[in-house]
Design a protein around this ligand. Structure first.
Ligand code: ZN
Length: 219
C-alpha cells in the first residue's frame, strides 16, 4: 500500500505541519493497525490515552478492530488549534493553512477542488473536525458540506449585501429592512431586491449560512 494512494486529510495535514510520517509498513493484523486510519507508524498509542471516555467521533474510524492510534492520528487529536481555527488542507503538495475570512472567502468563491479540504469549527473547541474531514468538502461540526457553484454564487450575493451595510442578523430576515435601504441610492434597490431571495435556501440551511457569514466577515 502506498501512502499517496490512500492519503487522507489527516495524513496530508500531518505531512505539512510535522513532516513525512514514520511509517511502519502494512500492519500484520487489523488489530495492529490504527483504529482511525488502519495504517501503522513506528510509535502507536493506546486509544484510551488519546481520546476521552466521552469521545463520540468513532463513526469516521475505519478500523474498529484496532486498539491503538498511529502517530499521525494522535497528532490530529492533540493539536488544539485544529479544533478551534478554520483551516485549509491541500493534498498536492500537502499544506495546512489557518484561514482568516479573506482566505476562506477565496477558497469558497468557487467549487472546492477535489484535492482541497476546508475545516470550519462553528462551535470552536467542542469537536475534533480534522479526523472527519473529506477532500472536496467543507467540514463543520457534525457534517460535511458540499460546496457547489450555486453556493459560491450565494457567497458572492452575501458579500454584496453586506457591503451595503446589512448586518448578519438583518440578512436572516425575509426582506431587506428599510432602515438600511433608505440610505442606499435608489438605483441600487433593484439589485438588493434581486439578491435578497437568492439567499433563501441558505437561510433554511444553518451550516451553509454560518460558513457563508464567516467567509464574508471583514478580516
Ligand atoms: Zn492513524
Amino acid at each position: 500500500m502506498t501512502i499517496a494512494a490512500s492519503i487522507d486529510v489527516v495524513w496530508a495535514a500531518y505531512t505539512a505541519a510535522v513532516g513525512t510520517p514514520d511509517v511502519a509498513g502494512a500492519p500484520d493484523s487489523r488489530a495492529a493497525g490504527c483504529a482511525r486510519c488502519g495504517l501503522t507508524t513506528a510509535v502507536m498509542s493506546p486509544v484510551g490515552q488519546v481520546v476521552s471516555r466521552r469521545f463520540t467521533g468513532y463513526e469516521s474510524w475505519t478500523n474498529l478492530a484496532g486498539r491503538r492510534l498511529c502517530a499521525v492520528c494522535v497528532w490530529a487529536y492533540r493539536q488544539r488549534p485544529l479544533r478551534t481555527e478554520t483551516h485549509i488542507v491541500t493534498q498536492k503538495p500537502p499544506t495546512l493553512t489557518p484561514a482568516d475570512s479573506t482566505l476562506l472567502h477565496q477558497v469558497l468563491s468557487t467549487t472546492i477542488d477535489p484535492g482541497t479540504a476546508v475545516i470550519v469549527p462553528l462551535r470552536p473547541g467542542r469537536k475534533h473536525l480534522l479526523p472527519d474531514a473529506r477532500w472536496g468538502t467543507v467540514t463543520v461540526d457534525d457534517a460535511q458540506l458540499s460546496w457547489t457553484s450555486a453556493d459560491a454564487h450565494r457567497l458572492a450575493v452575501m458579500r454584496r449585501l453586506r457591503a451595503h451595510g446589512f448586518t448578519e442578523r438583518m440578512l436572516g430576515d425575509d426582506a431587506p429592512p428599510y432602515a438600511v435601504l433608505r440610505r442606499l441610492p435608489a438605483d441600487e434597490w433593484p439589485q438588493v431586491f434581486d439578491d435578497w431571495p437568492r439567499l433563501t435556501s441558505w437561510r433554511r440551511a444553518d451550516p451553509w449560512w454560518e460558513v457563508g457569514l464567516r467567509a464574508t466577515r471583514q478580516a
